[in-house]
Design a protein around this ligand. Structure first.
Ligand code: SF4
Length: 76
């Protein structure tokens, strides 16, 4: 099933606003939830593959995901 990892997401049922913080500084709550999430890796890969622009995915903010993408390009 597509996106079956979502069924195990720690953020299920949590106010989505938490995952769309106004700034990286306000992303701590979302990151803490991602930190205990069993599907953090597939979630992050999904966001990277789909170029998700907004929100915290897989414990990474938009800025952090851009950094990951840059880093991977460099080391690819
Ligand atoms: S890593 Fe974070 S955003 Fe992704 S499913 Fe888990 S809790 Fe949700």
């Amino acid at each position: 099933m597509k996106h079956s990892w979502r069924q195990h997401a720690a953020c299920r049922g949590i106010d989505p606003d938490v995952f769309y913080p106004a700034s990286d500084e306000e992303a701590e709550e979302a990151k803490a939830i991602c930190g205990i999430c069993p599907v953090r890796q597939p979630c992050l890969e999904h966001a990277l593959a789909n170029r998700e622009r907004d929100g915290v995915w897989g414990g990474a903010t938009e800025r952090e995901r851009r950094r990951i993408i840059r880093h991977r390009r460099k080391t690819a």
